[in-house]
Design a protein around this ligand. Sequence first.
Ligand code: UFG
Length: 329
Amino acid sequence: MSILVLGGAGYVGSHAVYQLKDQGYEVVVIDNLQTGHEDAVHPEARLYKGDIRSREFMHSVFEKENIEAIMHFAANSLVGESMVEPLKYFDNNVYGTQVVLEMMKEFGVKHIVFSSTAAVYGEQKVIPITEEALTLPTNTYGETKLAMEKMMAWCEKAFDLRYVALRYFNVASARSDGQIGEDHNPETHLIPVVLEAAIGKRPAVTIFGEDYDTQDGTCVRDYIHVEDLIDAHILALRYLQNGGESNVFNLGSSQGFSVREIVETANAVTGINIPVKMGERRAGDPSTLIASSEKAKQVLGWKPTRTSIHQIVDNAWSWHFQHPNGYQK
Ligand code: UFG
């Protein structure tokens, strides 16, 4: 029996495959390699190149493989792009998930763990954000992830399926042994952008706004080490397999760091005085996002262990320093 990882060549999905392999699971990967990298796929995982929206392709993989459960990371995930191309997001994220659920129904696969996002919450007044907060997405990306959650909830009522939706805060860093890491094109996330400025791949990092109502005026975010994040996925899988009910959990490290604090940490980690420019606010950025992850700790027994921001930036730095062009050879 295998775990099917959808999007297993992408940043988060590839880390899931490595950690599932660490734990002795058989792993099958589906990825269309639109944003993923073939070299990010664990050499002992079977990769099927294709699109989750193709029923024919999906059917052929489900027929061939003996799939016991699914981890679903195959989605577009850029907030800015989702506002310009909303239909691309509904098509890939929502319709793609519909096809996945059709296959689960047809082949009797009962458990799915999937990546949702803090973007389902939109702007929240009460920090830290718990799972009870109202979901009011302010961008198409968050709306499509919420639609995916709801689609699963309705399917559960209709047929035998259980799911765990994991709402990520700011996923960061790289596998601590340096084998795989983050490689987006274009890169928009703060930590890799700062480290690209450190290695001279970009002239400077632009801080998007210094007039927020925070300690130093820059936005505060909750950064979670990708390996801690994946630990929670494996616990969620076991939780479902042990009979746990469908559920939703926030995943963050419950601590907030400002953009300036991230740059200062990167200066300390790299020993480089990273050039910084001040810029305008980026549209749609909430000032502060910090998770309450108490529920994941209590229900799943999750114990994040890589919560030091120094370690998060340090592991990211090892990857970027050794792979300045990512997976490109
Ligand atoms: N930032 C900069 N300069 C940059 C890049 C980012 O100042 O060059 C700032 C942003 O304004 C923000 C913070 O750094 O305040 C973090 O930005 P990221 O782009 O790294 O991450 P976001 O918080 O925007 O996005 C994350 C996830 C999304 C998810 C969102 C939920 O990456 O997938 O949280 O709000 F949807």
